[in-house]
Design a protein around this ligand. Structure first.
Ligand code: NDP
Length: 544
């Protein structure tokens, strides 16, 4: 059965309007750790089933010819195992304010160590299961059964996810078409004329969520439960169970990845709309169709998994909503906990909430821009992205706020002012460069960008050679990293743990730039070399 995209949405009760597809690449995109590793070569490889996709009905490329990324199946497996461990250690250590290796030994073998004493008094005589639960929640009261806390966290995370799905379903939305899909049945390098339609209402979901958490949280005022009032949500609960929430989110990410992987083998005429109206099975991502289960599970086999009659796009939803908005909510929880402890909110905590809240808002405000990113158009939706979107982003990007709850360096106002200047510089570059490219890709003759010089390529598109993009080829990454650095600086210099973001993000962006450079070389050929000779620097003009 084929549903016309227009018919699908016409059936939906929410007010909708149609909009043209986004015309440029993303101004902001969120990737998990997968973005920093792996793809040294582009999707244009001969060994792949198509330039960027394959259909389920086509056979998987043989393992001997498949162009593996990420160190192949072994590398994928090791990454799959190690990333959850990294998150759990970071969330635990951030709560404690530093790196305590002894905690790992205490967790594994049980005996007390001085660095872990608060937890050990509660759990030294207990089983590994209970020790692990206390490791995840050092603040759990003695009388609290840690396993019950774990169940509560599982319920909270699930409810959060479902709440965001409901918002996506019921809020008014714009219908925006994505980039043309790769041809379903192969055809080297060809694109089909078919595009998926996306429900864009993330920005509204952002504000509704904020409103609900700030003033709309329902509670009973009396024991008989007759009077319902609304106020601020008790977010501090999240702060005490930070690592535990990360753990259950990781478990959910594994479940979701497994479901999506299994789904990619099922021919689903309702959700998979094929070329000419006939479904030939799910559209697969070329990079996740090697035939090796571990590798494909990790990379993501299906390109755009959809449910609910093909109207709910798992990837687009997860890229921007539960994890990204969840990151901001975690930051708010940390702010409330600090105010509860100290009686006031420090400058660092306030600024980290403002800076990162603005970053999240910006991504949701520009939601349609994500539709032309590699994440949406090329990468399959598997463990790498599911885990990155749902677990990695909220729980490693919020480390600074968690650190500040108990270890605020109480920076002087001149120090804070200097950090604001660093952030503003980063934002100016990030938004300026992304906005300029966005405007140029939308309409190169618009007044905003018509004064800029460009290189006309054989491929048809033009490459900017002045303005921000004349300074360095990845100047937007530089701005993004500078902003990230300013977030870390708000935590002072006593511990390296809050600086994890700046370190990880630098690796991610360097790797991503190499990957994009390689892809552009394939896309543009000699023109890309010419562009590189006009704009020789990658990140910092005159230096690197
Ligand atoms: P870019 O926005 O840099 O887009 C790269 C594409 O832009 C190229 O493939 C090319 O595509 C086009 N392009 C390159 N040079 C030029 C030029 N001179 N003129 C016109 N077009 C050009 O990459 P991303 O999508 O990776 O990043 C977008 C933003 O998201 C960045 O600011 C980045 O920092 C941020 N980001 C954030 C992450 C996070 O976790 N916080 C993770 C990853 C990214 P074409 O020519 O085909 O249009």
């Amino acid at each position: 059965m084929r549903l016309n995209p227009n018919d699908r949405f016409a059936k939906h009760p929410t007010p909708i309007e149609r909009h043209p597809p986004p015309s440029s690449s993303s101004s902001s995109s969120f990737r998990g750790p997968g973005a920093m590793v792996g793809k040294g070569k582009s999707e244009g490889s001969e060994s792949r089933p198509t330039s960027s996709s394959a259909s389920a009905s086509s056979t998987s490329t043989s393992a001997s010819t498949f162009e593996y990324e990420f160190g192949g199946p072994i590398g994928a497996f090791l990454t799959l195992i190690s990333l959850p461990i990294i998150i759990l250690l970071l969330t635990h250590w951030t709560s404690k304010g530093g790196i305590f290796w002894g905690d790992i030994i205490d967790l594994l073998v049980g005996p007390p160590s001085p660095s872990y004493s608060s937890t050990v008094t509660k759990s030294s005589s207990s089983s590994f299961k209970t020790r692990f639960a206390y490791f995840l929640c050092p603040a759990c009261d003695d009388h609290d059964e840690p396993m019950i806390e774990l169940m509560k966290c599982a319920l909270v995370v699930l409810s959060w996810f479902i709440f965001q799905v409901i918002l996506e379903r019921v809020l008014p939305c714009e219908l925006v078409e994505g980039a043309p899909l790769p041809r379903h049945q192969g055809g080297e390098g060809e694109e089909s004329t078919r595009r998926l339609t996306y429900r864009i209402n993330g920005h509204l979901a952002f504000w509704i969520t904020l409103l609900l958490l700030d003033v709309g949280w329902p509670s009973w005022t009396d024991l008989t439960r007759t009077v319902l009032t609304f106020g601020r949500a008790p977010l501090t609960w999240l702060c005490d169970r930070y690592a535990m929430l990360a753990f259950v989110t990781i478990v959910y990410a594994i479940f979701l990845s497994t479901y999506l992987y299994a789904k990619s083998f099922v021919r689903d005429d309702i959700n998979d709309e094929g070329e000419g109206g006939k479904s030939a099975g799910p559209l697969l991502a070329a990079g996740g169709n090697s035939g090796n289960h571990v590798y494909d599970y990790f990379m993501g086999r299906e390109l755009n998994p959809r449910s609910l009659g093909g109207t709910f796009d798992w990837k687009e939803f997860c890229e921007l909503r539960p994890g990204l908005i969840g990151w901001m909510v975690l930051n708010m929880a940390m702010l409330m906990r600090q105010r509860e402890r100290l009686g006031y909110v420090t400058g660092s905590m306030m600024l980290v909430n403002i800076f990162q809240g603005a970053y999240v808002w910006d991504a949701l405000y520009q939601e349609r821009a994500i539709l032309t990113t590699m994440d949406i158009t090329t990468d399959g939706f598997g463990y790498m992205l599911v885990f990155g979107d749902l677990a990695w982003v909220p729980f490693t990007y919020s480390l600074q706020a968690r650190y500040l709850v108990d270890h605020d360096p109480l920076l002087s106002w001149p120090a804070l002012a200097a950090i604001v200047a660093v952030n503003a510089t980063g934002y100016l570059i990030f938004r300026g460069a992304n906005g300029q490219k966005d405007a140029f890709r939308r309409d190169p003759d618009s007044a905003e960008v018509s004064h800029l010089t460009y290189l006309r390529t054989k491929r048809g598109t033009r490459l900017l050679t002045s303005g921000w993009w004349g300074l360095a080829r990845k100047i937007n990454y530089t701005g993004d990293w500078i902003m990230g650095l300013s977030w870390c600086m708000l935590c002072g210099f006593d511990s390296v743990v809050p600086y994890f973001y700046a370190i990880y993000f630098a690796i991610l962006l360097v790797h991503r730039s190499v990957r994009d450079d390689h892809m552009c070389r394939e896309k543009y050929g000699d023109d890309w070399d010419k562009y590189r000779s006009i704009v020789p620097y990658r990140f910092i003009p005159g230096i690197i």
